[in-house]
Ligand binder design. Structure first.
Ligand code: SF4
Length: 245
């Protein structure tokens, strides 16, 4: 993959953003509940298309019934399904848990591997999941997990151009931020996305006053809308009309 180039000014801006995120979210951390690397891997596989809150409701009973990777390996996917039925795509996820844990038990002696390459060989594990596990279970910063919040906020905070793919965003963030910060960075962006800079543009415009937005929110569609004075259909028509040659 072609290395992304960033300017010293862009890196300095990224440093300021990192400092601002640290001030606002000093306790940001992974919000999936886990106590071991394999529990984190299981929870992260389950989190695809599901909320962390939903996953955290399902996992206590799942972890109690299957305490080790070998326990998932011994069970059939059908025996795993009832524990995760509340989550989307539960049949597919039950198969992924069975097969990935079987591989962990049989090929890696029951220990979740510590390299991106080995993790990517497990069923249900793509780069985002592997980065979450490496960063949060082992403190290894190998990539930056780009979920829906990181994707949205990277554009709004002017870190990546609109329309960038998750892969392009990850490359850009890796070029902008120091490696040892990658895991924390993803948590802080996710916390900001969950608590302040949400997907839906706020009706009252409250979030525009957030200090992080005021300083860094250069690529936000909500902000652009607010700056145009709101988008009533009458105003929108007038703006379009004026724009015509
Ligand atoms: S205006 Fe709101 S939604 Fe847009 S970047 Fe600022 S905080 Fe985020």
């Amino acid at each position: 993959m072609k290395a992304v180039r960033v300017t010293p000014a862009q890196r300095a801006r990224a440093d300021s953003l990192l400092a601002a995120l640290r001030t606002h979210y000093p306790d940001a951390h992974c919000e999936l509940a886990f106590t071991t690397p394999h529990e984190l891997l299981v929870a992260t596989i389950l989190s695809a298309q599901s909320t962390d809150v939903g996953v955290n409701k399902a996992t206590p009973a799942l972890f109690a019934r299957f305490p080790t990777p070998a326990d998932y390996a011994k069970a059939t996917p059908q025996e795993i399904e009832p524990y995760i039925r509340s989550l989307g795509f539960f049949r597919m996820k039950a198969r992924a848990l069975h097969e990935s844990m079987k591989a962990v038990a049989e090929r890696f002696g029951g220990e979740v591997p510590r390299t991106m390459e080995e993790l990517l060989g497990l069923r249900g594990v793509a780069r985002k999941t592997a980065s979450v596990v490496l960063g949060n279970a082992y403190g290894i910063n190998e990539g930056i997990p780009v979920d829906t919040h990181v994707q949205r906020l990277s554009v709004r905070l002017g870190l990546a151009p609109a329309g960038s793919t998750p892969g392009q965003i990850e490359q850009r963030l890796m070029a902008l931020f120091p490696r040892e910060q990658w895991c924390d960075l993803s948590h802080m962006i996710i916390w900001h996305g969950r608590r302040a800079c949400k997907a839906r543009c706020p009706a009252g415009g409250g979030c525009h006053d957030h200090p992080i937005c005021r300083e860094f929110g250069t690529g936000c569609e909500c902000r652009a809308k607010r700056d145009r004075g709101g988008e009533t259909s009458v105003k929108k028509k007038a703006r379009r009309g004026k724009a015509k040659p």
